[in-house]
Design a protein around this ligand. Structure first.
Ligand code: HEM
Length: 407
């Protein structure tokens, strides 16, 4: 049977704009059906089906369809989208890129940066420890990942500010109003590209202990990344590795504000930071779904998905699937959730390349913040970013906590 002929529930408009509550909406839909009609295609609501699609080579990443879905016709933009990027490549070419760069993303490479991550988070929280209040999104989350990505790549400190500005501009690709900003996005992309080419030239002459030097040297049976591949790899790392971390940290803290007992447990036992990170990723993820399109006609569960059909594995629904997680709506950093994996870092062929780094960034931040922000509470209202395909989390998170004299 053709998928279009099925009687399916619709993802109704209340699911968008529901913020963290959209997990209740999705849970309701998941209880009705594993497949739900979505304005652009179909939403997958069960862990098992999300995993099956994410493992299957015939389902291709929908990243390259973003411009089409957003109605972008700007030629400069479309031309730049044709450059090979790990985010949108598939098949052997994609596997080749991953094989070449994966050795640079091991847990050990991430561990090398832990002392630096601690320094960055200590420096960011320091001014607020005495006052006992901060607006967590702009004060801590926004700046946190930039020095780390720069340090990872080997960009010098004096360039961080510039780097951050390019990154912020380029992130508009995920916004619904991309069409209004397409010129700025292309200009920032061109400027960043020139900058990265300069860094590559420097590192070719004089390699250092950084990711860029490792990617330049990466070789497998005589095969290496060419310069364009290196440039688009760096862009992919900035795009995929900055805003995600920011929003995930804000999502985690927003969750802990609601669970003060768990925050106190973490402060007592900072070694729980690994489990706190995994549970935060599962409970409230900054990436709530991804998109795939059928590269050919695909039969799945006796249903035909014609070539071009778009499906959206819902990480929110999968991470709260009662078949996989016991009491999924309970946030518990000590629960044994080892029987199943959450999908917030993806799964299968495009699984997050920076997963070790992302985990390290969250673990270091959470263990330090739990001791530096005791008795954490809201100091106003949380506002949430609008739902969409983009990276999601609190837009504003005003916090209060005890100062050392009080605590
Ligand atoms: C908490 C932070 C992060 C989250 C939630 C996250 C999530 C994800 C997800 C869900 C995917 C798969 C998307 C898909 O299947 O369509 C992905 C891919 C990717 N991530 Fe992350 N990510 C995070 C941090 C990072 C960091 C820090 C880096 C790099 C330093 C990074 C680099 C990448 C890259 C390059 C890919 C593409 C892999 C591929 O297509 O083969 N991510 N990430």
């Amino acid at each position: 049977m053709l998928v279009s002929e099925l009687e399916l529930p619709n993802l109704d408009a209340t699911a968008t704009g529901a913020g963290p509550k959209n997990r209740d909406v999705l849970a309701g839909l998941a209880a009705q059906s594993w497949l739900v009609r979505h304005p652009f295609g179909y939403l997958l609501t069960r862990h098992e089906d999300c995993v099956a699609v994410l493992k299957d080579k015939r389902w291709h990443s929908a990243t390259k369809l973003i411009s089409q879905l957003k109605g972008i016709t700007d030629e400069r933009y479309l031309e730049r989208q044709k450059r090979p990027s790990i985010l949108s490549m598939e098949g052997d070419e994609h596997q080749r890129l991953r094989r070449l760069v994966s050795p640079a993303f091991t847990p050990r490479s991430a561990d090398r940066l832990r002392p630096f991550m601690r320094e960055v988070i200590e420096e960011l929280i320091e001014p607020f420890v005495a006052t006992g209040r901060c607006e967590f999104v702009s004060d801590i989350c926004e700046p946190y990942p930039i020095p780390i990505i720069c340090q990872l790549l080997g960009a010098p400190r004096e360039d961080w500010e510039q780097f951050s500005q390019w990154a912020t501009t380029i992130f508009q690709v995920f916004n619904d109003d991309l069409a209004d900003h397409v010129d700025e996005v292309v200009d920032a992309g061109i400027a960043l590209e020139a900058y990265v080419r300069g860094l590559i030239t420097e590192r070719r002459k004089e390699p250092r202990d950084d990711l860029l030097s490792e990617m330049i040297a990466a070789e497998e049976e005589g095969d290496r990344l060419n310069e364009t591949e290196l440039v688009t790899m760096v862009e992919a790392i900035i795009l995929a590795g900055t805003d995600t971390t920011r929003n995930q940290l804000a999502c985690a803290i927003a969750t802990f504000v609601d669970h003060p007992d768990q925050w106190a447990r973490l402060a007592d036992e900072p070694e729980l930071a690994n489990r706190a990170t995994e549970e935060s990723l599962r409970y409230l993820g900054a990436i709530r779904a991804t998109g795939r399109f059928a590269s050919e006609d695909i039969e799945y569960r006796d249903i035909t998905f014609p070539a071009g059909t778009l499906v959206f594995p819902s990480f929110v629904a999968a991470n709260h699937d009662t078949d996989m997680f016991e009491e999924p709506d309970r946030f518990d950093i000590e629960a044994d959730r080892s029987g199943a994996t959450h999908l917030t870092l993806g799964f299968g062929l495009h699984y997050c390349l920076g997963a070790n780094l992302a985990r390290a960034e969250l673990q270091e931040a959470l263990s330090i913040l739990a001791t530096r922000m005791p008795n954490l509470r809201l100091d106003g209202e949380i506002t949430w970013k609008p739902d969409g395909f983009g990276i999601w989390g609190p837009a504003r998170l005003p916090l209060a906590f005890d100062t050392p004299s009080l605590g």
